[in-house]
Write a protein that binds this ligand. Sequence first.
Ligand code: ADP
Ligand code: ADP
Length: 227
Amino acid sequence: QQLINLKNVSMIFGEGSQQTTALENIDLKVNKGEFICVLGPSGCGKSTLLKIIAGYQFPTKGEAVFQDRPIEGPDWHKAVVFQSPTLYPWLTVEQNITFGPRIRGVEREVIQEKTEHILEQIGLSQDAGKNIFELSGGMKQRVALARVLANEPELILMDEPLGALDALTRLNMQGLIRNVWKENGNTVLMITHDVDEAMALGTRVIVMSKQPGRILQEIEMDYTYSA
Ligand code: ADP
Ligand code: ADP
């Protein structure tokens, strides 16, 4: 089942001599359940690609389709995790996670059950009542992921989510992300500049090249990494 379909997508910023081609003729199809890792040098258009899929930006040329419909903007079905998690600092871990479902009017019991499960999945059951300012960087990133999971998105987009973490925390988070993906069956598209990370997590690795932003190579992984 196809989730994303980018057809000949190009993205050009600016005009005349100030013009930058961020993406050129990108064709990309993503099926439900895939874990796509996007690699490439700085400035090759990775974030632009993610923003187009998220619905934050619109391609100058071509068509971006999500679940058989043109992407018209951001919505709950496509969740984004950024490198620096933006959490509600005045709310607790649990309140941050339940915020989305609550404003959507999901039933209280459903939210509670779901939240407990998510807290367990990401190893924060003991920290549910903590305030955000009490958390380490890795914990904040876990809360950011938990908050996204609470909305049950069809697609999770991550822009270098582990880039700001120390090596050990990053390894732990990689394992956690992999387990969550396996258990929940989400579709994930993650930008990283860490080749090992891409190899370990991706079911497909996409390598982009600069000038202009194109897909250089796609590598379908035929193994599952377990560590
Ligand atoms: P990456 O995420 O791979 O580092 P980006 O998608 O952020 O690359 O950027 C690709 C190119 O497009 C870069 O040259 C960048 O400077 C340019 N670019 C990105 N966003 C904008 C913007 N909003 N306005 C102008 N140029 C942009
Ligand atoms: P559609 O599902 O037909 O594409 P929308 O995306 O507008 O339409 O979603 C319809 C309603 O469902 C909206 O009120 C939206 O807030 C809510 N919604 C969207 N995604 C989710 C989700 N993953 N979980 C729960 N509610 C959602």
